[in-house]
Write a protein that binds this ligand. Structure first.
Ligand SMILES: Nc1nc2c(ncn2[C@@H]2O[C@H](COP(=O)(O)OP(=O)(O)OP(=O)(O)O)[C@@H](O)[C@H]2O)c(=O)[nH]1
Ligand SMILES: [Mg+2]
Length: 316
């Protein structure tokens, strides 16, 4: 049986299992099993190069932003408008088939914007070009999730689920759990506050599932089993995501207002060139870039050529 089938089977078992105190440990174990299989799924197949068939483009500029979303939501249109680099846009789905980079000049910095093929439900399991798209998204500093304002908001949940399945955590911070594997000494479990989701036995069982018998675990918040699994897996990527609702020209003002008030969201229209300045400002803010202007001795600083630093990571 393939890995995907095994994941499906365990998911089905979880759906069949009632959620109560008695099944809590079993469900926790199943969650850990799925997480382990998903990690296996992410490992590149043996013998293949790490690159991913010419999909990856060289990093350029002071930061990288990936455009992800369902087909035909306007990703290519947005890239063309913000960067001037032409990316084919059309009314049929899957117009874009590869990764197309463009450069945004903003606040004296250069930001690399990546147009990507549309992804669909099942992308994390390799449907369409989902796996490659997700790999490129992981290599960027922030993600713009492009959504069609006239379609149901279910798309946002489906995409978030797909990205979670491959270890991306959007707009979340790492759980406050200290976890250290040891060579000897057994298992120690502590918490700085009362826990309502996880107890010592459950934690022990999860670690057992990972064949870890010596470890120190300290909960610094009332975290869940999923949080604990994330910490044990250790390969999760915590990223900022801006939800960009495009095509607001085709919906009513009340709906626009509702969407615009959601957290981390910006509403735009490529057709009417609406609200791009707000989008760029938000993007800039989330990237946490800082400009430093150097001043040569005895001269005025050059206010067009800053040194750009990131408050979130070391620039490569
Ligand atoms: N009404 C309206 N239509 C738009 C807007 N932006 C883009 N479109 C249209 O939406 C269609 C799809 O645009 P694309 O830019 O090709 O979409 P995409 O997300 O790159 O699609 P794929 O490459 O297939 O994933 C085109 O017909 C665009 O003209 C907008 O703001 N309003
Ligand atoms: Mg496209």
């Amino acid at each position: 049986m393939g890995i995907i089938e095994r994941i499906k089977e365990i998911e089905a078992e979880m759906a069949r299992t009632q959620k109560n105190k008695a099944t809590e440990y079993h469900l926790g174990q199943l969650k850990a099993k799925i997480a382990k299989l998903r990690t296996q799924l992410l490992e590149p197949p043996k013998g293949s190069s790490a690159g991913g068939d010419g999909f990856e483009v060289t990093k350029f500029g002071h930061g990288r932003v990936a455009l992800i979303g369902f087909p035909s939501v306007g990703k290519s249109t947005l890239l063309t408008m913000l960067t001037g680099t032409h990316s084919e846009a059309a009314s049929y789905e899957f117009t874009t088939l590869t990764c197309i980079p463009g450069i945004i000049h903003y606040n004296d910095t250069k930001i690399q914007l990546l147009d990507l093929p549309g992804i669909i439900e099942g992308a994390s399991e390799g449907k369409g070009r989902g796996r490659q798209v997700i790999a490129v998204s992981k290599s960027s500093d922030i993600v713009l999730m492009i959504l069609d304002a006239s379609k149901s908001d279910g798309h946002r949940q489906i995409l978030t689920k797909e990205l979670e399945a491959v270890g991306l955590r959007l707009n979340k911070r790492p759980p406050r759990i200290y976890f250290k594997k040891k060579k000897v000494g057994g298992f120690s479990f502590n918490s700085t506050l009362p826990l309502t989701h996880v107890d010592e036995k459950l934690c022990y069982q999860i670690l057992h599932e990972y064949k870890i018998h010596n470890a120190e675990v300290l909960f610094r918040e009332d975290a869940t089993v999923d949080d604990l699994i994330d910490v044990i897996e250790g390969n999760r990527k915590y990223m900022k995501c801006i939800y960009v609702y495009n095509k607001i020209d085709v919906i009513g003002i009340d709906d626009v207002d509702k969407l615009a008030r959601q957290p981390n969201s910006v509403v735009i229209s490529c057709n009417l060139k609406l609200n791009f300045d707000r989008l760029l400002a938000k993007m800039w803010e989330e990237m946490g870039l800082v400009r430093v202007y150097t001043k040569p001795q005895g001269q005025q600083p050059d206010f067009t050529d800053p040194v750009v630093l990131s408050t979130r990571r070391v620039l490569g």
